[in-house]
Design a protein around this ligand. Sequence first.
Ligand code: NAD
Length: 266
Amino acid sequence: MNITVVGVAGRMGQALVRRLCAHPDLRLAAAVARPGSDALGEDAGVLAGAGASGVPVTDDVAAGVAVAELVIDFSTPAASRRVLGECLAAGKRLVIGTTGFTAGDLEAVSEASKHIAIVLAPNMSVGVNLTFKLIEMAARALGDDVDVEVIEAHHRDKVDAPSGTAVRMGEILGQVLGRDLEQDAVYGRQGQVGARARSTIGFSSIRGGDIIGEHTVMFAGIGERIELTHRAQSRDNFVTGALRAALFAVDKDSGLFDMQDVLGLS
Ligand code: NAD
């Protein structure tokens, strides 16, 4: 399959190019960076540290889309809007890993997916998405007999808390247990906080060092507890997920899919 990567000079773009250059079945068709990027004209494989690929970095989104069977986008919301338009016009499949879309953007993605196949996943990690499913199963089986707490840890430079993935885990718990994060979430505790309300979904955030990302959901009962933990060791897990999404989408003509669909968990 010929794949065009958009955002090729970024952290995810580089990791994708490295994997594509070594892949037996997938081929880097075009490498798109932002206009004005220092990377323009360079060999995309050399830029990513994977050796010569014969694919020069370009800022021509339309030309990049034209030579692709499928486009993988890890860039910015503004760039992704453009990519979506070009894929729609050219009838090309699209995997979107970029985050930070507005409700209007998501509406446009949904509308475009009536005509082209799109996988949209703010977290492409296979392990995280499987953990989402395990959390759902555990919450369904354990119900209100246990107290649920979400604990996450990230590197010292992360500026928001709790992480988007932790919030998603809380949302899944809320959906299964009939709770609402607006009312039931408790973010950290200090002082005379009183006994724990049964409906609480607790969040704790740890920040330090170079931790890439760790998430635990604790189901604490009387006499036993279950902890479901995912630990990211590198960004490569996102690349693995993106390529699985690409292989999933390649035979789809239209529709909007997420990683639960890609992994057969929906
Ligand atoms: P990054 O900042 O390292 O890379 C983004 C790249 O996009 C930059 O090189 C930037 O120059 C480029 N870009 C901007 N405008 C462009 C344009 N018009 N055309 C082509 N390229 C353009 O960021 P990153 O860590 O690689 O992440 C990229 C995006 O993917 C972010 O939105 C991030 O939140 C998201 N992300 C998602 C997942 C996931 O699992 N879905 C995982 C990691 C990162």
